[in-house]
Design a protein around this ligand. Structure first.
Ligand code: 5GP
Length: 113
């Protein structure tokens, strides 16, 4: 996988508002928030998009979702939030390092745009 801006955030080469970190993942505020709460949760291991995840990533993917759950609780938005993974350019992915968007603090429409 080519290095992205998220690798630079993991390596502290560029700043980010990091709110959670463990051995497997990092969570930080989105620089261009689409809701009052907008957090990105990323694996430290380089997977460019969900399509490229393997069966070996099962625990990692579960870990990311459970940490998203915990972060939502820590931020006091556990009652209503949206989890988004954009997979591929046409689906809106712009950074090719797998990430989970955690969005909260406003109403969300369905279907999404
Ligand atoms: P995607 O469109 O790939 O699903 O989401 C990428 C997200 O990364 C976007 O919401 C964008 O605002 C965010 N982003 C891009 N570059 C940076 C950055 O340098 N720092 C932070 N904190 N977020 C970024």
């Amino acid at each position: 996988m080519n290095e992205t801006i998220f690798t630079k955030i993991i390596n502290r080469e560029i700043p980010a508002d990091i709110i959670y970190e463990d051995d497997l993942c990092l969570a930080f505020k989105d620089v261009n928030p689409q809701a009052p709460t907008h957090i990105l949760i990323i694996p430290k291991s380089p997977i460019s998009k969900l399509t490229d995840a393997s069966e070996n990533d099962q625990d990692l993917l579960g870990h990311l979702l459970l940490r998203a759950r915990d972060i939502a609780k820590d931020l006091g938005v556990e009652d209503a939030y949206r989890i988004v993974i954009n997979n591929g350019e046409t689906a809106g992915q712009t950074v090719f390092h797998l990430h989970i968007h955690l969005l909260a603090g406003r109403e969300f429409n369905w279907p999404p745009g």
